[in-house]
Design a protein around this ligand. Sequence first.
Ligand SMILES: *Cc1c(COP(=O)(O)O)cnc(C)c1O
Length: 366
Amino acid sequence: MIPMVDLKKQYLSLKDEIDPAIQQALGATQYILGPNVSGFEQEAADYLGVKHTIGVASGTDALHLALIAAGIKEGDEVITTPFTFIATAEAIKYVGAIPVFVDIDPDTFNIDAAQVRAAITPATRAILPVHLFGQPADMSALQTIAKEHKLLMVEDCAQSFGADIDGDQSGSLSIAGCFSFFPSKNLGCFGDGGLISTNSDEIAEHLKVLRNHGSWKRYHHSELGFNSRLDELQAVVLRAKLKHIDEYNQQRRRVAHRYTTALSQLPDITPPHEDGKGTHVYHQYTLLSEQRDEIMQALQAKDIACAVYYPIPLHQQEVFSEDCANLSLPVTEKIVSQCMSLPIYPELEDEQIDIILDVIKGVVLG
Ligand SMILES: *Cc1c(COP(=O)(O)O)cnc(C)c1O
């Protein structure tokens, strides 16, 4: 049995560090916005090379609060990708804005900068790229467009913690980088958690108010806020894992490289493409094949997990039917019919990878 991700192995490797630190935090009883949250925020800001990070309750909340702090409002258009997890566009709708989905690059699966440019209208306020599967979007092209058209940019970094873009970290190249620590993410905690990175003092202050009921001082509420704080116990876990994130991402790249070396020799398989504009940290390893369904069946028959991220693009989701009437995005639609993701996690062993590869060879070499 090979799972998509083995959280137990990672926990056991850190148990001697995490368990006593949790015990310590339990005894300290500062359960809300305690020293581990502020400690993690400082360590994450140092790692990401930004002035501030603000811990929040989830990646979805990170996006939602970041869009509020960026001043995105009712009727604003936010250009984003249809090939992502639903939360990216949910956050746009939460602030009353309109998600404008544009097609993706067929090689990287990230938002296509030329399509972004073509979708700009007088109502456009922001671009919301996703660093999908751990590969940074084309930030330099997007930054140029944002500058030219005076648009804001917010990054969805839920899958890209530690991905480097020419010496800068994902999440450090826009007004707000939004991270998720959902357990299966490449930096994951033991429940829900999220983080926003920013270099703006003003946005950081606003986010601290927003996550804490709109309160700038105890029982003084300046605006409608939220209860959305990173949990103290989750911060303990994240502090332990942050120390290993580079090694985890390197191990993910080792797994990806072994897959790609073998798969690029096979007919009807397109392994993931690295465009070299940033370091792909392989939150997911996603290939294309016309024989996708046969490959998935063969893997499942051998008790090997595999998944389709994502089977239905956002512009075809019922919840967005009014925003997307008659919208067709051919590149995305073709990719969702051929994409599949293989197990990938730092602890995945070469022997396990080879077993997976043998099953795939059995299908495509027939
Ligand atoms: C996981 C994810 C989110 C949401 O994060 P949660 O912590 O689950 O709320 C947002 N965007 C993308 C691209 C994601 O993968």
